[in-house]
Design a protein around this ligand. Structure first.
Ligand code: PLP
Length: 356
């Protein structure tokens, strides 16, 4: 089986973890600080704040911007559930608008139309490692004085016009085991705003300023130096890993002709977290998935049910219709694109996909 994703653990990760274990200092400490500093420079921002997961990074980022009950946050339904859940955790309401069928990302015109007096933030998701239309979204945010919280969980290494994901507003990243840079579990917040950064650090650790003095309600959303050691070894390979993913994606784009392949607009650096094709024109996506799996090719469907159609979310936002998201949920298949694929793997994938 050619797996859809395969975490790479090199000698650097093993040595780094062992060194933390032998130091006897396991909790969040100097290795986490080193990872934060490396992450901030990779994203071209002043501050990076490590958390226990991408989900907690999103939650903390929203809280740091003062989002809470009565507020609305405009976001995409075509994402992992954590994006919208983090909004619900704050007591705010997610407002879902539809996506662009080419980029799979939120449509800025629909965002602009969804703004109400209660809107406090926009949360775009840079799905599959491809930046949302940030020029247009930032312009809506500026016009209405809204916070920008980027769900960049899949987008480490992605950029638009040389500007990294997570550097437009406040970014939230995931270091979950399958992400391009991972620490088994973990997250990261990025920002240039000193006040937001300070609030994030406090909220991450029970609102603490100095030991056992607590200025606001916070959580234990810290990571550990054991996890950070893995992340640090991984982020040192970021450029090589992104480059390899890009070359794999370019090969697949050139070789596949049976389904709709992903396109990259000028000025975009795609991080290729996922390589996602569309089985369009009413063809049976699930049969295609079964055929590929039968042929030994791992696949993913991200995501089969748009967030507004999930049971409990429906009770909150009602029976809304977002046709592009719903169509994409029926058509997408993600294929392996990770750096450990061989040329033979890539050829096998393309040949099998071309029989669909
Ligand atoms: C992975 C992911 C998250 C959540 O990250 P965790 O580390 O699993 O909590 C949130 N949003 C998106 C788009 C993701 O892909």
């Amino acid at each position: 089986m050619i797996p859809l994703s395969k975490p790479f653990i090199g000698p650097e990760e093993k040595a780094a973890v062992l060194s933390v274990l032998e130091s006897g200092m396991l909790a969040q400490g100097p290795v986490t600080a080193a990872l934060e500093s490396r992450f901030a420079s990779a994203c071209g921002v002043k501050h990076a704040i490590a958390t226990s997961s991408g989900t907690t990074a999103l939650h903390v980022a929203l809280l740091a911007h003062g989002i809470g009950p009565g507020d609305e946050v405009i976001t995409t339904p075509f994402t992992f559930i954590a994006s919208a859940n983090s909004i619900l955790f704050t007591g705010a309401t997610p407002v879902f608008v539809d996506i662009d069928p080419v980029t799979f990302n939120i449509d800025p015109d629909q965002v602009a139309r969804a703004v109400t007096p209660r809107t406090k933030a926009i949360m775009p998701v840079h799905l599959y490692g491809y930046l949302s239309d940030m020029d247009a979204l930032m312009s809506v945010a500026r016009t209405h004085g809204l916070a920008m919280v980027e769900d960049a969980c899949q987008a480490i290494g992605a950029a638009y016009d040389g500007k990294a994901a997570g550097s437009f507003g406040t970014g939230a990243f995931s270091l979950y085991a399958t992400k391009n840079v991972m620490s088994a579990e973990g997250g990261m917040i990025t920002t240039d705003d000193d006040t937001v950064a300070e609030r994030c650090r406090m909220i991450r650790s029970h609102g603490m300023t100095r030991r056992y003095y607590h200025d606001l309600l916070g959580y234990n959303y810290r990571t550990s130096d054991v996890h950070a050691a893995i992340g640090l070894a991984q982020i040192n390979r970021l450029d090589a890993v992104t480059d390899r993913r890009r070359r794999n994606a370019e090969f697949l784009n050139g070789a596949i002709n049976s389904v709709v392949t992903p396109s990259v607009k000028p000025k975009h650096t795609h991080a290729w977290h996922q390589y996602t094709v569309r089985v369009d024109r009413g063809r049976d996506r699930d049969a295609a998935v079964a055929q590929l799996n039968q042929a030994g090719i791992g696949t993913g469907v991200f995501y089969p049910v748009p967030v507004h159609r999930q049971g409990y979310m429906r009770d909150i936002v009602g029976d809304i219709n977002l046709p592009v998201s719903e169509q994409m949920a029926r058509e997408v298949i993600s294929l392996p694109v990770h750096p450990q694929l061989s040329q033979a793997d890539l050829e096998t994938i393309a040949a099998e996909v071309n029989t669909l």
